[in-house]
Design a protein around this ligand. Structure first.
Ligand code: NAP
Length: 293
């Protein structure tokens, strides 16, 4: 078994991003700038946003946080997004999901100017990605492709099984793995909660990407020898053993599956770290007007 080491790859790419950010500052007189909008006080969201802000600062970006309480109205939020869209000092805007029930996340996502949509969730970016046109690619799938590239994992002609079909992970990564690019050119099967006998599909996977949010769902008996495993799951459980007070588990039973896998991502230390890289790269590309001029 070989480890797809998110810590190693993310640190390496972060250095490259920092060098590019310094060039942006030198030539344009300002840093790439990411703004995050956070509504409420969900523990997971607080952690993710704080990590995004910290990583921005670490590579020499400017980061700003706009906070609202849970009772912010949809209209107030849409007005703020419009303001951020119009602000020329801002390169990337993210609105941390989930939002409170009274706010339609689709409306908010579509309100973000697609040229600043560094989460890559806007339908224009998703459509352009599917057509293989320049676009912002959702951060987690983007991070996964960077990881596969770094380790020169062969993908062409392989059977890639994606478990999960969410808008932010399963669905976009299935599109990317089927595109005529590298990584890509796979034959892709997408499984979800209505798939009967998932094991039938996972057992045939050369590349298995799992994003469902169920601790240790994929076990050793569900995979074949030599499979490449990407575990996106981040299942938090409270723990007295860690400083943070919680422990993270993947969707894959690492102990069992790693005995059969040729390559596998750990949790933590795998895809989560690469997601941040996807976001930073999109923000840098926006500052450099690489996607939309
Ligand atoms: P999500 O929106 O909750 O979607 C879950 C998907 O899994 C759905 O498509 C669902 O099917 C499917 N599913 C649920 N239970 C299943 C089962 N028993 N068998 C087969 N399919 C099942 O999840 P998400 O946002 O993609 O997140 C998935 C996991 O990845 C979570 O643990 C999340 O925390 C983690 N995550 C990690 C990162 C990272 O950076 N590492 C980023 C994003 C998410 P239906 O569509 O039929 O309901």
């Amino acid at each position: 078994m070989n480890l797809l080491d998110g810590k190693y790859v993310s640190e390496k790419i972060k250095q490259e991003i920092a060098e590019e950010a310094a060039k942006v500052l030198a030539t344009r007189g300002r840093k790439p700038h990411l703004v995050a909008v956070l509504v409420g006080h969900d523990g997971g969201s607080e952690t993710y946003v704080a990590s995004k802000m910290r990583n921005c600062e670490a590579v020499g970006f400017k980061s700003s946080l706009v906070r609202y309480e849970d009772d912010v109205t949809e209209e107030e939020l849409l007005i703020k997004v419009a303001e951020l869209n119009a602000d020329e000092d801002i390169d990337g805007i993210i609105v941390q999901l989930p939002l409170p029930k009274h706010i339609d996340p689709e409306k908010v996502t579509e309100k973000i100017d697609h040229r600043k949509d560094v989460d890559g969730f806007h339908p224009i970016n998703l459509g352009r990605m599917q057509r293989n046109l320049p676009s912002f690619i959702p951060a987690t799938p983007y991070g996964i492709t960077l990881m596969l590239k770094e380790y020169n994992i062969e993908t062409s002609g392989k059977h890639c099984v994606v478990v999960g079909r969410s808008n932010i992970v399963g669905s976009p990564i299935s599109i990317l793995m089927a595109r005529n690019t590298y990584p890509g050119n796979c034959t892709v099967t997408v499984c979800h909660s209505r798939t009967p006998d998932i094991k039938k599909f996972t057992l045939d996977a050369d590349i298995l990407i799992v994003a469902i949010g169920k601790k240790n769902f994929i076990t050793a008996d569900m995979v074949k020898d030599g499979v490449v495993v990407i575990d996106v799951g981040m299942n938090r459980e409270t723990s007295t053993l860690t400083k943070s007070g919680y422990k993270l588990y993947g969707d894959v039973d690492f102990e069992g599956v790693s005995q059969k896998a040729s390559w596998i991502t750990p949790v933590p230390g795998g895809v989560g770290l690469m997601t941040i890289i996807g976001l930073l790269k999109n923000t840098l590309a926006s500052a450099n007007k690489e996607v939309y001029s």
